[in-house]
Write a new protein. Structure first.
Length: 416
């Protein structure tokens, strides 16, 4: 059983939305999934229409009875949501767990012992972690094989990402058993700054960031209020498509060799073996996040010979500077396209003005990792995409986009 801890110190409904809908979509993809509400706020139960007043036994009862002559197993308290999805509910009394233990030996691995007996029954366990750092969070991380950190693609979320990765490293003591991944969440394609931050996250952190992004979608918020996962509330919505892509990307990770096998019951009380893997990754990502937060050059490109440290700026100033440089703009010479792709060897434009044939409109290098092209176009409304080394993408610097027939984005602009 692969155990994914959904962790976000900012809390709120964002992490719970990810936990609920990822679990539901994995179940729809044919996997057997256990969703564990490990947050005393009990939002998973609400999001699955399981009211707290109807819960006789919760995860807290399993935790406090570990090691007793009459333990309470997960099987005896799980609610079946769909044939492939079970929920282990929580109640507010879960917060009492941190007060009960008084530093008992092995208390930080209690959840691992609770989940061990059902490891053969489920393909995945999804843990909705509490927003604060404490005994419950340490239990979740000790049980997990993977940690997923949903990060809103807003300016100040970068600082939160750096801090969260530092905290994660401190809690795990640099233990390399866990695979740490970052999920771009509540992404608004209409916001220029969000698009630039997403591009920078992917460029800087590479495979640590999921290829899937979860777009801002009102259906996701509405589904929670109706007590249904997006798979039931709006299965054809953009939110459902995003979580389907995320679930399939998680499934593809099954072929990846884990740093170590999940903790076995006989091992959970033993000391962990610290490594430098997560420490190095967390420090690098935290440092990059802080540099992104403090400078404009990582967002809009730097000139050769300039110092790395630049004058700190506000989100509004960054937004205005990006707006002046990248995207599509009318000029006295025609319509100018400009993008910043320092790692690309070739960038082309495909649109309804060239019969969607990228080879007809190559972009020229303009220095500092920029590519540029100027076209003479008559008055009208046009759709286009960038083709970067053969990969098709919408123009992240253009605030106007629409969904095409393939569920992806076409960038849009008007002439005249």
């Amino acid at each position: 059983m692969r155990i994914l801890a959904i962790a976000n110190q900012k809390g709120g409904c964002g992490k719970t939305t990810v936990a609920i809908n990822l679990a539901a979509m994995l179940a729809r993809e044919g996997r057997h999934v256990l969703l564990v509400d490990f947050d005393p706020q009990a939002h998973c139960g609400v999001g699955m229409a399981v009211p707290e007043e109807q819960i006789d036994l919760s995860i807290y009862d399993c935790l406090r009875n570990v090691g007793t002559p009459d333990p309470i197993g997960v099987n005896s308290i799980a609610w079946q949501i769909t044939p492939n999805l079970d929920l282990v509910p929580s109640r507010q009394d879960l917060a009492q767990f941190e007060l009960d233990q008084n530093g008992d030996r092995g208390v930080e691995t209690t959840l691992a012992r609770v989940l061990a007996p059902v490891a053969d029954k489920y393909d995945y366990a999804i843990l909705d972690c509490p927003p604060h750092v404490g005994l419950l969070t340490r239990n979740a991380l000790n049980a997990a094989t993977d940690v997923v950190i949903p990060v809103d693609t807003g300016y100040f979320s970068l600082h939160g990402l750096g801090q969260q990765l530092r905290t994660l490293n401190e809690l795990t003591n640099g233990d390399g058993r866990r695979d740490v991944r970052v999920l771009a969440n509540q992404y608004d394609v209409r916001t220029k700054l969000a698009r630039e931050i997403l591009a920078e996250l992917r460029e800087r952190f590479g495979s640590v960031v999921f290829q899937t992004i979860v777009n801002f979608n009102t259906k996701l918020k509405e589904s929670a209020s109706f007590g249904q996962p997006i798979t039931e509330f709006a299965p054809s919505s953009m939110g459902a498509r995003d979580f389907q892509k995320l679930a399939r990307e998680v499934i593809e990770m099954e072929s990846t060799t884990l740093s170590a096998a999940p903790v076995a019951p006989a091992e959970v009380d033993g000391p962990t073996v610290p490594t430098e893997t997560i420490l190095r990754r967390a420090e690098e990502m935290a440092a990059e996040a802080e540099r992104l937060l403090a400078t404009t050059t990582t967002l809009v490109g730097s000139s050769v010979g300039k110092k790395a440290a630049q004058t700190p700026t506000t989100p509004e100033q960054v937004h205005r500077k990006i707006e002046k440089i990248y995207g599509v703009h009318p000029t006295c010479e025609g319509v100018e396209f400009r993008c910043h792709k320092p790692e690309a060897s070739k960038v082309e434009i495909a649109g309804d003005f060239n019969n969607w044939t990228p080879g007809r409109t190559p972009m020229q290098r303009a220095g500092n990792g920029d590519f540029q092209a100027t076209l003479q176009l008559p008055t009208g409304r046009y759709r286009y995409r960038l083709v970067i080394d053969g990969r098709w993408s919408h123009d992240t610097a253009n605030p106007v986009a629409e969904t095409n027939e393939y569920g992806e984005y076409n960038s849009v602009f008007n002439v005249g």
